[in-house]
Design a binder for this molecule. Structure first.
Ligand code: GLU
Length: 504
């Protein structure tokens, strides 16, 4: 048997450090066995998936050296590797499940589902589908489907008994069937949900081992049921522990930078990142902490994987990165600096931005320094003052953080429109508004053109700078308290997301 593993990211945002972590383990395991590592794009969420995000995932994983043997951009014998190009396959498989009565059409309206949920909440019952359509006569259901009645397809799950999941790392996990919902497999728009597409693809792509994050354990019963319904052998399941913030909560962008591209822009070395991500759940031997990918491959053994909640601490990564930098020869370090950001293509952009403002060549380096930094020295009192009314700067920055995360494309026009939108919503003159952001990004009241600088810095670094600014404001006593943040989030949802926001 050839070992085949995969990573199956959804292209719905900035490539996440957690994706690299999972990819690392899948790739190391496959390579240890001389097998293949596959990249599959799970873009069944048509609204949130973007090609920008897909490209960024390719870039980020390649930069880390986590290349794949098969995937949407490199091809392979099991394609297409993008789920949006496989919808006919899922429809066919859903139809098979309905024919064998492992799944059924459900005609419940959104109103009915809301009412059911309300009732369950009121009676403090488990929230989930109540099985209303599960008992429909199949012939009758087929007639309604043929007549064009809107419907979804649901998986028929048992009401009693226990699902036993054999997990490579965790042994046997038991989940009561009672807690497993009759999952939607095909949505009303004819697109599959993650569960159906994932199982069908893992089978058709002959994936032998599914190594993924522990947040997917609760999906395993549905997946195992699907394998059984199709009469297929399920792959080996292995759930890695979730990465955590230093306070042990699940790794989140609120508390830590989670975008891989932030780490590239901030000058972390791929080797150091892979080593650190490896350390999160793996030791090649004893207490060995410094190891490269090749060592991970040659020594790879499921028994060496540890499950204790791994803490992803940027400060520790920084220290490890420093170790790798010191190991380089001076000429290699120079090469690393060049290939990082000190090469012609990136410098030319910066030269263009700075030219109108230069009086001496010696102005150049100080003027552009903030573009090559991780954080810059900030004066929180000055930032707060720039917001006129104290406390406003922190609020505006927060709105922009949320809007940046939702922007579909990261280009100067989109960034400008984003600032204009928030300034208008907050009823403040754009010039005053931008004054806060010049200071937050560059540490100065005047800097290179803001929108172009932000394109240059990239979205992940831009967000990181705003995070630094929030931290500085908080430390100076003019930032957002936890309570204020909650209030603001509500107001943001109401005013930006639900009404006229770009998500519609
Ligand atoms: N599309 C899922 C994700 O975004 C894949 C999960 C899995 O590996 O099954 O992570």
């Amino acid at each position: 048997m050839t070992v085949r593993t995969r990573i199956a990211p959804s292209p719905t945002g900035a490539p996440h450090i957690g994706t690299a972590y999972i990819a690392l383990f899948n790739r190391a395991f496959a390579k240890h066995h001389g097998g293949q590592f596959i990249l599959r794009i799970e873009d069944t969420d048509q609204v949130r998936s973007t090609s920008e995000s897909e490209t960024a995932i390719f870039d980020a994983l390649r930069w880390l050296g986590l290349d794949w043997d098969e995937g949407p951009d490199v091809g392979g014998n099991y394609g297409p590797y993008r789920q949006s190009e496989r919808t006919d396959i899922y429809r066919e498989h859903a139809a098979k499940l309905v024919a064998s009565e492992h799944a059924y059409p459900c005609f419940c309206t959104a109103d009915r589902l809301v009412a059911v949920r309300r009732e369950q909440e009121l009676n403090q019952q488990r929230i989930g589908y109540d099985g209303h359509c599960a008992g429909l006569d199949p012939a009758e259901a087929a007639r309604r489907v043929a007549a064009g009645e809107p419907h979804v397809i649901r998986l028929r799950t048992p009401d009693t008994g226990i699902c036993k999941i054999a997990d490579q790392f965790r042994g046997e996990i038991e989940i009561e069937w009672e807690t497993v919902d009759d999952q939607i497999l095909m949505k009303g728009d004819g697109f599959p949900t993650y569960h159906l597409a994932n199982v069908v693809d893992d089978h058709l792509m002959e994936i032998t081992h599914v190594i993924r994050g522990e947040e997917w354990i609760s999906s395993a019963p549905k997946h195992l049921l699907l394998y059984e319904a199709f009469g297929w052998q399920a792959p080996v399941l292995a759930h890695l522990p979730l990465l955590r913030n230093p306070d042990k909560s699940k790794l989140s962008k609120r508390k830590n930078p989670t975008g891989i591209l932030y780490y590239r822009q901030a000058g972390f070395l791929p080797k150091a990142i892979l080593n650190y991500l490896g350390l999160m759940a793996y030791r090649p031997e004893g207490d060995l902490e410094i190891f490269d990918f090749a060592t991970m491959v040659s020594s790879f053994d499921f028994n060496r994987v540890s499950l204790g909640g791994p803490i992803f601490d940027v400060q520790k990564l920084r220290a490890l990165n420093g170790h790798y930098i010191r190991e380089l020869t001076d000429t290699d370090l120079l090469e690393s600096l060049k290939s990082w950001l000190l090469h012609d293509a990136t410098l030319l952009d910066v030269v263009r931005m700075s030219q109108p403002r230069l009086e001496q060549l010696a102005d150049f380096v100080p003027m552009i320094a903030y573009l090559f930094a991780d954080g810059v020295p900030l004066d929180p009192v000055d930032i707060d003052k720039a917001g006129k009314e104290s406390g406003k700067a922190a609020e505006w920055i927060q709105f922009v953080q949320w809007e940046f995360e939702r922007l579909q494309r990261w280009q100067a026009d989109d960034i400008r429109a984003c600032f204009e939108r928030v300034a208008e919503q907050e009823d403040v003159k754009l010039k005053i508004f931008l004054g806060v952001f010049f200071r937050a990004f560059s540490g100065r009241a005047v800097a290179l053109p803001l929108f172009d600088s932000l394109v240059w810095l990239g979205r992940d670094m831009a967000l990181r700078r705003l995070q630094y600014a929030q931290e500085a404001l908080r430390e100076a006593g003019v930032g957002l308290s936890g309570k204020a943040l909650k209030r603001l989030e509500k107001s943001y949802r109401e005013r930006y997301v639900e009404e006229g926001g770009q998500d519609g």
